[in-house]
Each structure stands twice: as structure tokens, then as C-alpha cells.
Design a binder for this molecule. Structure first.
Ligand code: DUC
Ligand code: ZN
Ligand code: ZN
Length: 480
């Protein structure tokens, strides 16, 4: 299928200009004015609209088995919903059970994800340690195109990585030239606070944020950052939700450390008051970790994004419907953690970022697509509009409006945390690998058309980093 997008304004992370874009065989083949293209090419009239790289959501959990249930959104419905919102790639997570071989879990996720209809890739979680885990990390990097390993510092007695696991995994990742990522919350602190709150009779969703205070995130962020400093490798903190964690990132970056931070659309736009709602279904629908925070933290997160201290935006898209959330009716610690957003992220970021003047359109492209492509080493194949890049493109109508609702969204969940919010700025067309996947409300997708994206390791960055790491390692001092 060949497509020509005519009359739009192209926006990349570093340039804005008017030109047509011609795509064929999944690639962008030409950019220019009055392009001469085959008469068979489908023409998209983008006048008055922006032509931007498709969104990349670096943090989703499609059909995740978690807390005794399985997330309701599968790889087909989830990637389709992403396309409806202008997101053409996701990076999801393989999460092995403790003692489960990494390669076995990876194969399970690859099988489940075959029905995807957009681009997809995987971070792999390290939830336990022995030498076979280190060996599988090597196979994943060298043969499967996995260049990032995730560590949950929370979820004690389940998937939590303690300091020993972190140390071993970070050290191995450095040898392999892979980046490490962390969910930073002090799992022991959360576990003890959960016990205490239940003993005190606080069993409803209002207990959830109380069990996960900002300091628990700040402490874990600092611990992960310091460990990455000593071992000497880059670190990416997922879903930074507090000023506490952000301040640790700023300190480390000012000290020359390569630390990146991701922020969720939900954390920027929803505040902690949702947990006080007396309707269990409503409050439980917002239970995710880390929880939604106070306006003071939200304000700091926006500033972090504007200043470049936080580089990417994501959703942590992880859907559980009301009957699943009901597992925690009498005990908030049993409510499956997760909220949706893969379809809404770009619209919410445009409306509250660009329309408010917090972000320029180019900065919007950087934080919704380009920076993720660079950090996870798939740039410029993904994350930009240039000749030779994959034809992952969103045509964006800055004047179109829409009211977000669970009744009209494509996400497979019975709730929307942005319910009733009107956005201005929506995807009119989404092109994924050269295929027109979404046109003005019409999804044109088929299961299994998505492409698995391999992400190579970072040899050059790591050669430099290993020199820095050597300086931090203990030295043998001669006593003679
Ligand atoms: N947080 C969630 O809310 N859901 C999935 C995993 C996570 O860390
Ligand atoms: Zn997390
Ligand atoms: Zn997550």
C-alpha cells in the first residue's frame, strides 16, 4: 500500500516544516513539496493538520497475569486502542515468576503478543537471581533484541527484586550493554504499612496511597540511582510520580550520571482525591502503583517534563474490570493494581501540555515518541519523520475535539480514569508500518499484523560507561 500525505505541517522533535510525505513498503520514501507519486497512492489531505511520528508508549502491560487475575486488555485490543489514539509502538514487559527461567517467560509473552496489530517490543523483568538468569539475559540481548531489564523494587513476596538481585542484574546488564529500569518503591516499607493499615481497620481503597508514601518512592529511587552509579550503567526510572523521586533524578543528572525518568499521563492529570470517593468501584478503579499523588507532586512532574529532567511519557496501561477489582472489596491490598490509558495518552498530553503552553509541538513529539526511541535504541527507525524511517505516522488535527468515555473508547476495560474530559487535538489518521490503521474514528486493523521490534544493545555508550564504572570499583591497595 502506498500513501501520500499532502499539505500537512511535519513536526519532529527538532524541526517544523510544510511538506508532503510519501510512504511505501512500510517506509517513508520521500519528503518534499509537490511530490510526484504513483497514481495508485492513497492520498491523505492533511491541510490544517500536523504530521508527526507515531507515539511510542514505553510502558504497557497487555494481558498481564498479576495479583491472581489476568489484565483484561490483550495484545490485539490493546495495540488497536493505541492506534486509535496515535500510538504506533508499545514496549511491554515480560515478567517471569520467581524461579521461572527468563527464556520460558519470554517465549510465553512472544506467543501471547503474536496477535498485536502495532509494533511491539519487550523489557524483561529480573525477579530473582542465579547464574541461569545471567545466562538468559545474555541470550535475550544477543539473540532476541532485548536491551532493557526491569526491576520491581516493590511487591514483596511476589516479583520484588531485593538489593542482591539488583546488584547482580545491574552488573550483568553492564557487561551486556543493556539499560536497566526500575519501579522504585521500597517494597518492605509498603508491606509493613499495608499490614499496619489493615490491623487499624483501614481496609478500603483510601488505604492504598497511605501504604505507599512519597518517601517510599524517593528512597527506592535513590537506592537504584546509587547502585547504578557504583556499578556504572544507565538507569531508567519508570512512572516517576513524586517530587521525591524527581529530586533524586535531578541530583544524579547534575552529578553527571545517566539517569532517565518516565512520567505517566495519569500521574500528571489525576490526583489522590480519587481514593476518598465513597464508591468502592470508582476508588478501586484508580488503584495503581505508585498511586495518584497530591497536586504539589503533579506540579513538580509537569516541571520535570518541561525542563527535560523527565524525558518520556507512558501509561502503565494495565486493565482490570470491576469484577476483578472486587477481589479487594474487604482488603485494599488485594485490589489488582492497574489503570488504562494507551489510547488517551497523546490526546491528554496535547490538551494539557501543548494547549496550555507547557510544551511546544516539538517538545510534545520528543516526550511522546522521539526520546523513547533514542533511550531504547530504535532511533531513527522509530521516533521521527525522515526518509528511510519506518512509516509510523500520526496525522493530528489540533482543532478536533472529543470527550473521553469508557462507552466510546477502544480499550477493553469498563472504566476510564479520564471519563468526561474533553480533549482538543486528536489523531485523524494513524499509519503503522505503511498501513492506514485508523481513519477518523474507523479502526482498520487485523490481529497479527504487528511487528516485533528488536532493540540492539549500546556498545559505544557502554564502553565509555565501563571506564567510569572502573573508577567506582574497589581498588587493591598495596600495604608494602
Ligand atoms: N503497577 C500497576 O499499577 N500495575 C502493574 C504493575 C505496576 O507496577
Ligand atoms: Zn510499576
Ligand atoms: Zn508497570
Amino acid at each position: 500500500m502506498s500513501i501520500v500525505i499532502r499539505g500537512g505541517t511535519i513536526v519532529t522533535a527538532d524541526q517544523t516544516w510544510q511538506a508532503d510525505v510519501f510512504c511505501d513498503e512500510g517506509k517513508i520514501l520521500a519528503i518534499g513539496n509537490d511530490l510526484d507519486v504513483p497514481s495508485s497512492a492513497e492520498v491523505i489531505d492533511a491541510s490544517g493538520q500536523y504530521v508527526m511520528p507515531g507515539g511510542i508508549d514505553p510502558h504497557t502491560h497487555m494481558q498481564l497475569p498479576f495479583m491472581g487475575t489476568v489484565a483484561s486488555e490483550d495484545f490485539y485490543t490493546g495495540t488497536a486502542a493505541g492506534l486509535a489514539g496515535g500510538t504506533t509502538s508499545i514496549i511491554d514487559f515480560v515478567i517471569p515468576n520467581p524461579q521461572q527461567p527468563l527464556m520460558e517467560a519470554y517465549r510465553d509473552w512472544r506467543e501471547w503478543s503474536e496477535k498485536s496489530c502495532s509494533n511491539y517490543s519487550f523489557h524483561v523483568a529480573v525477579t530473582w537471581w542465579d547464574e541461569t538468569v545471567g545466562k538468559d539475559m545474555g541470550t535475550l540481548v544477543r539473540e532476541e533484541g532485548v536491551n532493557s531489564f526491569k526491576h520491581f523494587m516493590a511487591y514483596k513476596n511476589a516479583i520484588m527484586a531485593d538489593d542482591e538481585v539488583l546488584y547482580n542484574s545491574f552488573t550483568r546488564a553492564l557487561e551486556l550493554g543493556a539499560i536497566v529500569t526500575c519501579h522504585a518503591e521500597n517494597g518492605e516499607m509498603v508491606f509493613q504499612l499495608q499490614k499496619k493499615l489493615i490491623e487499624m481497620g483501614i481496609t478500603g481503597p483510601e488505604g492504598h496511597p497511605l501504604s505507599r508514601p512519597p518517601a517510599a518512592e524517593g528512597e527506592a529511587a535513590n537506592r537504584a540511582i546509587r547502585m547504578a552509579e557504583v556499578i556504572g550503567l544507565p538507569l531508567y526510572l519508570v512512572h516517576v510520580s513524586t517530587k521525591d523521586a524527581l529530586d533524586e533524578i535531578i541530583r544524579a543528572r547534575n552529578a553527571g550520571q545517566r539517569v532517565y525518568g518516565e512520567v505517566l499521563a495519569g500521574h500528571l492529570l489525576i490526583d489522590e482525591s480519587v481514593y476518598q470517593n465513597p464508591d468502592f468501584e470508582f476508588a478501586a478503579a484508580h488503584v495503581m502503583s505508585p498511586p495518584f499523588r497530591s497536586k504539589e507532586h503533579q506540579d513538580a512532574l509537569w516541571k520535570g517534563l518541561q525542563s527535560g529532567s523527565l524525558q518520556t511519557t507512558a501509561t502503565d496501561h494495565c486493565c482490570f474490570c470491576a469484577p476483578q477489582k472486587a477481589a479487594g472489596k474487604d482488603n485494599f491490598t488485594l485490589i489488582p493494581n492497574g489503570t488504562a490509558g494507551v489510547e488517551d495518552r497523546m490526546m491528554m498530553l496535547w490538551t494539557h501540555g501543548v494547549n496550555t503552553g507547557r510544551l511546544t509541538p516539538q517538545e510534545f513529539v520528543a516526550v511522546t515518541s522521539t526520546n523513547t526511541a533514542k533511550i531504547f535504541n530504535i532511533y531513527p527507525r522509530k521516533g521521527t519523520i525522515q526518509v528511510g524511517a519506518d512509516a509510523d505516522i500520526v496525522v493530528w488535527d489540533p482543532e478536533a475535539t472529543k470527550t473521553i468515555s469508557k462507552d466510546t473508547h477502544h480499550q477493553n476495560i469498563d472504566f476510564n480514569i479520564f471519563e468526561g474530559k474533553t480533549v482538543k487535538g486528536v489523531a485523524s489518521h494513524t499509519i503503522c508500518n505503511g498501513h492506514l490503521a485508523y481513519v477518523d474514528g474507523d479502526l482498520r486493523v487485523k490481529p497479527g499484523t504487528g511487528v516485533y521490534i528488536k532493540r540492539p544493545a549500546f556498545p559505544n555508550t557502554f564502553n565509555a560507561l565501563q571506564k567510569i564504572a572502573a573508577r567506582n570499583q574497589p581498588k587493591v591497595v598495596s600495604r608494602s
